[in-house]
Design a protein around this ligand. Structure first.
Ligand SMILES: [Zn+2]
Length: 158
């Protein structure tokens, strides 16, 4: 995995930098990433942490369902069909809940995150790289916050 990343990072389209999404996920990967970056003469400019409210996250994810006919996505609370039980897109009346979207799966993911991924947070915080973004904000707000960090990763104006 690390060897693949190192090779990919040497392609011309990575000359301006790269973003790792959801990586590293544990301390061993964080160490391996550091070593790889050192060998390429590169370094991390910022580590962005999306902060979420776990209970709210479980609620958001567990209420998702989609039209069994056209696949249009809905949420019980946040984006239900205009007419209850009828797909806005195609008028179909049967819906499916993806098994991956249930609350149990999300809880398991959060446990894995706490046990394996959360330990890398102090590692980056101590090096002054950690930037926190409110992951519960509107998507456009989150996007702007991340863009601002990427413009000025050290925390100073570009
Ligand atoms: Zn539909």
């Amino acid at each position: 995995m690390i060897a693949m990343l190192a090779e990919r990072m040497q392609q011309p389209d990575c000359a301006k930098g790269v973003i790792f999404d959801g990586f590293p996920r544990n301390p061993a990967q964080a160490d391996a990433l550091d070593e790889m970056l050192r060998s390429l003469g590169q370094s991390l400019l910022a580590v962005i942490m999306l902060k979420v409210d776990e209970a709210a996250l479980i609620e958001r994810v567990s209420g998702r369902f989609s039209c069994a006919n056209c696949g249009a996505g809905y949420h019980e609370r946040f984006s239900p069909p205009r007419q209850s039980g009828v797909c806005d897109q195609c008028g179909h009346t049967q819906f499916t809940h993806r098994p991956d979207d249930n609350a149990e799966t999300m809880k398991t993911r959060l446990i894995t995150y706490r046990e394996q991924t959360a330990p890398i947070i102090p590692y980056y915080a101590e090096r002054g790289l950690l930037r926190e973004v409110d992951g519960m904000a509107d998507m456009a707000v989150v996007e702007r916050a991340i863009a601002a960090i990427l413009q000025a990763p050290s925390g100073h104006a570009a």
